[in-house]
Design a protein around this ligand. Structure first.
Ligand SMILES: NC(=O)c1ccc[n+]([C@@H]2O[C@H](COP(=O)([O-])OP(=O)(O)OC[C@H]3O[C@@H](n4cnc5c(N)ncnc54)[C@H](O)[C@@H]3O)[C@@H](O)[C@H]2O)c1
Length: 1614
């Protein structure tokens, strides 16, 4: 064996922990030599086994002696750490006759270590065992300390033992194969150990994260690292980190093996971390939860006043550097559905059962600084304190600040901190920096200066003070040519670029390299590099030109004249200025490029250089004008002994404002009149005129407020020099209820308590639109404001009049949160919703409020988003809520509203009509007489009355101008919470054309287009749904002409569309796909067009058989954008039009899908906001199904769910990686998430072989077995996955040969799937019959067989002619594969006794024309009788009836045979109030009257003469043979059809006779005029046949294909 160097760590008095690299030979040798045995058993999991088991085999084979070497491999993951898992191993050991001398080796992560350790502890009452941890977590934590355990369903680690291993071999080379996330998981424990115990170790972890990662990411070859000589610096570092961490744990364990006190310390972060883990496992790993736990527990320490923010900052940045989450709002956590259960209450509840607790009291390890804890054990912490840390919201308890007179410093200014740090490091002597703001910039700058050996840093006062020992400008190239990594710290990068030129030459080849993360490598540095190069420095770009990384020669800075372009960043200028004193020659810095940006920052640098002993001169021209030229003398900075970093002046406004508003006194100790920051003027210029006493020295500011409630308004104040402070001023102005001082009083008639803040327009584009935010949030307190172009007016009110209990939204803006906490200090129960947003500039604001100002702060838990209501979610109770219709005049509100009311069976009311009735005057005259404002007021009043008195089962259409008044808009928005407000949208051009003919209502008096533009946003804001009254594309293409249905389409389609839409929005009967029901198969067609309109003529053909159409919205593109490359966001208006066009042509529900590029579509990946805007637009259009990928952020998904109304969500997950296994846990996790979000779950994987489809099928069966199972779409992509598309039963996506491309590889057509199902025995061929006589010429076989063939169904429809209903028919209907039958004359009644049940329709009509075999739950078959004749008739009437004649007053039926029964029923169902019946034999007519006692049937003696002078019929149906009618009065054997029967202005005439095509009745109707529409018998036959087909197969009949064939056959037979 080659040389092996191990580092040994002692535990419990034995040096049993051996650390190194590539140790397998060493392990086997040590074990076999020092733990002699007859049997060695190595236990591992499959992951580790596959990677590393062979090397153990090789070594054991080589070992001397004849000991057995057995191996046992378990499944990876926590699941193996169970009682069963333990038993399996024990059985293996027993079966292999292992005895007490067996040595067990545990090779793997913590799961293996815990499980195998416990087996060893109890097998034969305990055998020797060895830990060979392979994860970082196991190396530094679980393997050390002898804790072993298994999990039970009752909890983790509940059964186990303390059992110490003989050895723990830490082979860090195993980490090279460990997934990065698992490595980070272990780093959480490493960071934790350093944080509680060893500040030096922590500092190394803090600064060397990149190297540590590099050590595991670069595989070592040739066993490098086994011997110290071959160990790379990275390996050395890694090993020292691991050994260091183990050393601490081993030390603690040695002192307190059984965890009675000290050992508790290693539980830092675990009290809260475990609770989080309990909720988020297995999606989040232990270390990840502990990482968040550490930050939260550190915040508890800060809240208790024990830990400084600096320490929290360091801990946070350090954990982040190892890719660990540091807050519960980390996207990795918020994207998990389980995260919604992370309530404060739940977490506290879980913490109750922590092992560390003493009784009910919770214990937390309290950090006092980095590297030390408050006590040598966990500390008892009150629930209230923990709750406050955990809660997202807070409230300040109003009181007089108990710490008044308050003396405090606010957090350091960021820019001053960066400069001070560099100055102190470059200076000679020692400087104590106080109040340093600890940011990424200062962190990396310190690391870099240490690498450059330019200064030394130490912390004092628990991190409050940074002690800098300056290097007087002496700098060296980092050791071993190490690169300096700057992350994304921009200021540091700019400052350090010049600093690196100062490095003195060691050897000529050495250079300093500074680099950063990917983002940093894109940020510009060019102008600075150009200036330095021009001055003689050698700087190379290592990667891309103009950006980091830079390689800088250590040649010193030449100096003399330096020219720098300063129009991009003032930091370039500061960088050169700060380093200039160390140049070889005195520097004259000339700024070029015209406009110099941010002069105040340059001035700040110069002022600070002066403090450190170097005077910079700004050159003036002869006239005394300042030039952009600076002279910097040579010299060395001298460190002042203390440098107080000035507070951020904007932050200082909050404590000062608290003094002002409460009447307390507050001194800010490091902001005064000498401050360079504009916001320092706040005290003098705002607070003093408000009535405060202000004392300001050069360095301090003291404010004493007037007594509570005595603040004065200040009239006009220009806050341009201190824009960030306007929010603070606004909250004070809100309670400034006294008028301003005389000189500030506004003389323009403003209200007496006005504070008019101007000069702050830039605040609209800060973290949020701050002006709007202040206006909106102040309004909640009842404070009135007025928005100005460049500011706002606030009207002060007495404190007592402000509303209490307000919940303030902060818009993730720290300044909004802090400003409103000032108001919260005097207004009771003011909740600040997002407390954490203060972290940006003042992370411990809430603690400082309590600890330094003396105001109590309480945690508040906000109601979760799940509980919130939404504008477009009418609940069950609201399904009767009236529908309100709004929209432009001329958009079709009345027309659509009436159709909607008819469809719903509700009452229609037009607000205009109600108006005229109430005021007994026309709208036009009213306006002429009283003017517009009076009309608007009256109109709004009517709206309120309508809402009050007609809130249920009404469709209310409102005037177009209703949205013009705020009051009406408010009423509409409020109503939208209860019921649907539908905006009828119509294109403006069409409105104009339409209005051209209209005069009934008042003219606008302004161009319609302007009115349209003004109202459009109001309509959108007030409505919850949009109905697109769509005619655009239809009229502009030849869609109509080419349409595939034979009769007038649009009247019916508009009516159907209106009906579907309003049934959906009211929730009365949403247009869902019935085949989604369990036990049925459903399909959808994917439309993959950029523009679907050209495909519309074929849509019926393409959708044959399917249950829905999917609109792939991401593929949509208007023609002008066809040739644009790359991802694309289609405009919403275009999408709306496409939806409307589609709905005109198909009644199928729509699935609305937006897939991004990485989800396999064309939508840009990062356009989440736009995607959800489209989803919300889809909800507003009443789209039935919305496909939402679960990878979108949870917040947006939950928001969509809250607003989805009656739309259903398909929550989908696509695995494009091909890594997902249907029998793995990942897919279950995805299923769980999708199940939580969706009404339907969709999971798409990839198949490598056919067996992947079986695994999928098993998965689906398993998931479907759950009691709360939801429909699941599960398919495998690719050709290998085609099988899954056949087996999938819910919404299988299908393509069609007419489509341009398949939506996904491997997609099949509907008919292909049916064929495949048939071949697989899943779709047996069935037989259908027509019973009747004579039937030889029937069109039914053509009809049904054409449909079967078109859909790929293997069925057959046959004629079955018999003389009577007898044994033959009985035999046919009981055949095993009987699929159904049509029944015609003369058996429609005779068949009835053979059937088990009749539909209510068939019952009433008293005739059956359709037999359907229905499978009962027990598997037996029941025969069901239905009548589709009447439906054929109603459908034909609805199709043919002109839209205007919606409500026929009377209908006429000629004949009283079997068919007339169906006709009567059809008219009755259509709501025709009077039905005339004419039959030559009156007695049979009377029999019908008797058969329908509820129907108003009037017998007609003579055609054309209507009883009781009733209205002329607009629907006429003849049910007698054509030969029984005649147009000649002389015909004695036929009914004379006189033209007076068509005396109504128009209507529909139907002749049920098939032959001839033109019956006398139809000829008569044609001759009378075009307002009479005619329907032939074959058309009715077709309609009833479509219905019949649907009943038998559950599939919509492919109407156009069938109709073509039937008409062809009919014309041939004619
Ligand atoms: N006993 C203790 O004191 C203690 C302390 C902390 C945690 N634990 C226990 O440890 C367990 C978690 O341990 P873990 O995080 O190591 O999980 P783990 O054992 O499940 O390992 C994580 C994953 O990494 C794989 N893996 C392990 N080593 C690998 C390598 N070198 N290369 C590639 N893949 C590798 C594993 O197969 C597994 O899939 C939990 O059960 C926890 O309760 C115990």
């Amino acid at each position: 064996m080659s040389v092996v160097d191990v580092r040994k760590v002692s535990i419990l008095g034995k040096e049993s922990i051996h650390c190194g690299f590539h140790l397998v030979p060493y392990i086997v040798k040590t074990v076999t030599e020092t733990l002699p045995s007859s049997t060695y058993v190595l236990i591992t999991d499959t992951n580790v086994g596959n990677l590393h088991l062979h090397s153990f085999h090789t070594e054991f084979d080589k070992a001397p002696g004849n000991a057995r070497f057995l191996t046992y491999v378990v499944a990876p993951g926590e699941g193996s750490k169970s009682r069963e898992g333990k038993a399996e191993i024990e059985d293996f050991l027993l079966l292999n006759k292992c005895t007490r001398d067996t040595v067990i080796l545990a090779l793997g992560g913590g799961v293996i270590g815990d499980l195998v350790g416990f087996v060893a502890a109890t097998f034969m009452r305990g055998v020797r065992f060895v830990q060979i941890p392979t994860t970082l977590l196991a190396m530094v934590d679980s393997s050390v300390g002898g804790k072993t355990a298994i999990d039970t369903p009752h909890g983790k680690n509940l059964i186990g033992a303390f059992w110490q291993p003989e050895y723990i071999f830490i082979d860090a080379a195993f980490l090279e194969t460990l997934p990065a996330r698992e490595f980070s998981n272990g780093m959480a424990e490493v960071v934790k150990t350093a944080a509680i115990w060893d500040e030096k170790e922590f500092a190394a972890l803090e600064s060397r994260a990149a190297e540590i990662f590099a050590a595991i990411q670069t595989p070592s070859t040739d066993f490098a690292g086994r011997a110290s000589a071959t160990r790379s610096p990275a390996q050395q570092l890694l090993l020292s980190v691991i050994a260091g961490s183990i050393g601490v744990k081993a030390h603690i364990v040695t002192i307190d093996e059984r965890e009675t006190g000290l050992r508790n310390l290693v539980n830092f972060g675990h009290t809260i971390g475990h609770a989080i883990e309990a909720v988020l496992t297995p999606a989040m790993l232990h270390g990840e939860c502990v990482s968040v736990g550490m930050i939260l527990e550190a915040e508890v320490a800060r809240q208790l006043g024990v830990l400084s923010q600096v320490a929290i900052g360091r801990l946070t940045r350090c954990l982040k550097a190892y890719n660990l989450p540091v807050s519960l709002s980390d996207p990795r956590i918020t994207s998990l559905p389980a995260s919604s259960s992370l309530s404060v209450e739940k977490l506290l509840d879980i913490m109750k059962i922590d092992k560390k607790n003493s009784g009910p009291q919770k214990k937390i390890v309290i950090l006092s600084r980095i590297g030390a804890t408050y006590e040598q054990k966990a500390t008892v912490v009150a629930d209230l304190v923990i709750a406050k840390t955990l809660s997202e919201a807070v409230k300040v308890v109003p009181a007089f600040p108990s710490k008044s007179p308050i003396r405090m410093a606010t957090p350091g200014s960021k820019s001053i901190s960066n400069r001070a740090l560099l100055l102190a490091a470059l200076a000679s002597g020692t400087c104590r920096l106080k109040n340093l703001l600890h940011s990424d910039d200062t962190q990396v700058m310190m690391n870099a200066l240490v690498e450059l050996r330019g200064a030394k840093f130490d912390w004092e006062d628990g991190g409050e003070t940074l002690v800098v020992t300056g290097g007087a400008g002496s700098l060296s190239v980092p050791k071993d040519n190490k690169e300096i990594y700057l992350g994304n710290a921009g200021t540091a990068a700019r400052f350090l670029t010049t600093v690196c030129t100062l490095v003195s030459a060691g050897s000529a080849e050495q250079r300093t390299v500074i680099t950063g993360n990917a983002r940093m490598k894109q940020r510009p540095i060019g102008p600075l590099v150009d200036a330095l190069r021009a001055n003689g420095s050698s700087i190379d770009y290592v990667e891309s030109h103009g950006c980091l990384p830079l390689s800088i020669a250590p040649a010193g800075l030449k100096g003399a004249h330096i020219r720098l372009a300063a129009s991009v960043s003032s930091q370039y200028v500061s960088s050169v200025l700060l380093c200039a004193p160390y140049a070889a020659e005195p520097v004259t810095l000339e700024l070029t490029g015209g406009q110099v940006i941010s002069q105040p920052y340059i001035d700040m640098t110069i002022a600070m250089m002066k403090t450190f002993g170097i005077d910079v001169e700004r050159v003036k021209d002869d006239s005394g004008r300042l030039l952009d030229v600076y002279r910097i003398p040579k010299g060395v900075y001298t460190n002042p002994s203390i440098y107080n970093i000035e507070s951020d002046a904007s932050s200082a406004t909050y404590p000062l404002a608290i003094a002002a508003i409460t009447g307390a006194t507050c001194t800010i100790t490091n902001i005064g009149s000498a401050s360079l920051q504009g916001d320092a003027r706040f005290a003098k210029e705002v607070l003093e005129p408000m009535g405060c006493k202000v004392v300001q020295t050069e360095t301090e500011t003291t404010v004493t407020g007037p007594p509570l409630g005595q603040l004065k308004a200040i009239g006009l104040v220009d806050m341009e020099p201190m824009t960030d402070a306007f929010l603070t001023a606004s909250v004070l102005a809100a309670v400034a209820s006294l008028p301003p001082n005389e000189e500030r009083t506004l003389r323009d008639g403003s209200r007496p308590t006005t504070t008019r803040i101007v000069g702050i327009a830039n605040q609209r584009v800060k973290e949020c639109n701050r002006i709007k935010a202040m206006i909106d949030e102040l309004a909640k307190f009842g404070v009135e404001t007025l928005e100005l172009d460049d500011g706002l007016e606030v009207y002060g009110k007495p404190l007592s009049e402000l509303k209490e209990g307000v919940s303030v939204r902060c818009y993730d803006d720290h300044r909004v949160a802090m400003a409103f906490s000032v108001l919260g200090s005097v207004v009771k129960d003011t909740v600040i919703e997002e407390k954490r947003c203060v972290e940006k500039t003042w992370p411990n604001w809430w603690d400082d409020l309590a600890n330094k100002i003396g105001l109590e702060v309480e945690g508040v838990e906000l109601p979760s988003v799940h509980g919130l209501g939404s504008a477009s979610r009418p609940t069950e109770d609201n399904s009767q809520a009236s529908v309100i219709i709004i929209g432009m005049r001329g958009s079709g509100k009345t027309f659509i509203g009436e159709l909607a009311a008819t469809a719903l069976g509700w009452q229609f009311l037009d607000a205009d009509a109600v108006f005229e009735q109430k005021h007994a005057i026309g709208v036009r005259e009213f306006v002429q007489k009283n003017g517009w404002p009076a009309f608007r007021a009256a109109e709004t009043e009517i709206l309120l009355e309508l809402l009050a008195h007609n809130s249920q089962r009404h469709v209310l259409s409102l005037g177009g101008g209703i949205v013009e008044t705020q009051a009406a808009r408010d009423a509409l928005k409020a109503y939208a919470q209860k019921g649907p407000v539908v905006h009828v949208v119509r294109e403006i051009d069409e409105i104009i054309t339409y209005l051209g003919e209209e005069t009934a209502r008042p003219a606008y008096g302004e161009p319609v287009v302007d009115v349209f533009k003004r109202r459009q946003p109001w309509f959108a804001e007030c409505c919850s749904y949009e109905f697109i009254n769509y005619t655009g594309v239809l009229s502009s293409t030849d869609v109509l002409a080419e349409d595939d249905s034979k009769t007038a389409p649009s009247a019916l389609s508009i009516r159907d569309e209106v009906s579907r839409f309003f049934h959906h929005v009211t929730g009365q009967r949403p247009n869902y796909a019935p085949n989604l029901a369990k036990g049925r198969r459903s399909y959808f067609l994917c439309l993959t067009y950029p523009d679907i309109t050209p495909a519309l003529p074929h849509i019926q053909k393409m959708t044959a058989g399917v249950d829905a159409v999917e609109l792939r919205v991401d593929l949509l593109r208007p023609s002008q954008d066809f040739d644009k490359l790359g991802p694309y966001i289609p405009p919403t208006a275009y999408v709306n039009n496409q939806v409307a066009a589609l709905r005109h042509k198909t009644t199928l529900p729509i699935i609305f899908t937006v897939r991004t590029v990485s989800q396999g579509g064309h939508f840009p990946d990062h356009a989440e906001k736009e995607a959800f805007e489209l989803f919300i637009a889809a909800v507003r259009l009443g789209i039935e199904y919305i496909d939402v990928e679960i990878s979108w952020s949870e917040k947006n998904i939950l928001d969509l769910i809250a607003r989805k109304g009656h739309s259903k969500i398909i929550a989908s997950w696509h695995d494009w990686s091909g890594n997902m296994h249907w029998d793995g846990t990942a897919v279950e996790v995805k299923h769980r998430i999708a199940h939580e979000y969706g009404d339907i779950v969709k999971i798409v994987g990839k198949a490598d072989g056919i067996e992947d489809n079986f695994a999928l099928h098993q998965f689906v069966l398993r998931m479907q077995a759950a009691p709360d199972a939801k429909p699941i779409i599960a398919i495998n992509m690719g050709v290998q996955g085609q099988m899954s598309r056949i087996l999938n039963s819910t919404f299988s996506p299908v393509t069609h040969p007419l489509l341009p491309t398949k939506a996904a590889p491997g997609q099949l057509s509907f008919s292909e799937i049916q064929t495949a199902l048939h071949l697989l025995g899943q779709l047996p061929s069935k037989r259908f019959f027509l019973f009747g006589t004579p039937i030889a010429h029937s069109m039914s076989p053509t009809l049904h067989n054409t449909a079967f063939e078109a859909l790929g169904l293997p069925h057959k429809y046959e004629l079955f002619e018999t003389a009577t209903v007898g044994e033959e028919i009985k035999a046919a209907i009981t055949l095993p594969h009987f699929g159904g039958a049509s029944v015609t004359i003369p058996f429609k009644r005779d068949i009835m006794p053979l059937l088990d049940a009749l539909s209510p329709d068939a019952e009433v009509i008293g005739a059956v024309n359709t037999v359907i075999p229905v499978t009962r739950e027990d598997g037996s078959t029941m025969l069901f009788g239905e009548n589709t004749d009447w439906r054929g008739i109603t459908q034909s009437i609805r199709r043919a009836l002109p839209a205007r004649m919606l409500k026929p007053q009377a209908g006429l039926i000629i004949g009283a045979g079997g068919t007339s029964r169906a006709a009567i029923y059809a008219l009755w169902k259509l709501g025709v109030p009077t039905i005339y019946l004419f039959n030559r034999t009156e007695s049979s007519a009377q029999a019908l009257v008797d058969a329908f006692p509820d129907v108003n049937i009037k017998l007609v003696q003579e055609l054309g003469k209507w009883p009781d002078e009733g209205p002329a019929p607009t629907i006429i149906i003849s049910t007698v043979p054509a030969s029984a009618t005649s147009l000649k009065p002389s015909a004695s054997d036929a009914i004379f059809l006189r033209s007076s029967i068509l005396s109504a202005p128009g209507g529909v005439v139907i002749d049920m006779a098939y032959k001839p095509a033109e019956t006398p009745l139809l000829v008569l109707a044609k001759n009378v005029g075009k307002e009479w529409r005619t329907v032939k018998g074959v058309e009715v036959l077709l309609e009833q046949g479509y219905e019949q087909f649907h009943l038998w197969t559950g599939r919509y009949c492919p109407k156009s294909i069938v109709a073509d064939q039937v008409w062809k056959a009919y014309s041939m037979s004619a």
